[in-house]
Design a protein. Structure first.
Length: 145
């Protein structure tokens, strides 16, 4: 597998896809956990640099303002997308992450789809529809690398 970043809005299915890839034996890192993001919400750049320098075969998931600084170190940047109503339904129903349960957070997600997702799309080398079955998405990721 290559070095791959999976990015996208909350509720797009990044963590679910990463879990499936890990289940299949791939090295994965979900930057929402384990201190990859600093208090300001940005990736810990020295830590991310070290990870990318030491692994040619890793799938990283996350969306943060400074991720573009690392795009040249990934073989593929994959945007996982879905319609905003799908995103809202997913975040409202999930039990493993409280983000997206409040009306304010859902409004924030709607705004991010308008303002942030187009930036992610411009930086992506591949876009996948997060409504596809997770096994199909994992197959598509494996085919990249």
């Amino acid at each position: 597998m290559a070095r791959i970043l999976i990015t996208g809005m909350s509720g797009a299915g990044k963590s679910t896809l990463l879990d499936e890839l890990a289940r299949r034996g791939h090295r994965t890192v979900d930057t929402d956990y384990d201190g990859w993001e600093l208090a300001d919400g940005l990736w810990d750049e020295p830590r991310m640099s070290e990870l990318l320098a030491s692994h040619d075969d890793v799938v990283i998931s996350g969306t943060t303002e400074n991720q573009g600084r690392f795009y040249d170190r990934f073989d593929h940047v994959v945007l996982l997308s879905a319609p905003v109503e799908v995103l809202i339904a997913r975040v409202a129903a999930r039990t493993n992450n409280p983000y997206g349960h409040s009306a304010d957070q859902q409004a924030e997600i709607r705004q991010y789809v308008i303002e942030v997702e187009p930036l992610l799309r411009r930086g992506a080398s591949v876009e996948l529809d997060g409504r596809r079955p997770v096994a199909e998405l994992a197959d598509a990721i494996e085919a990249l690398g």
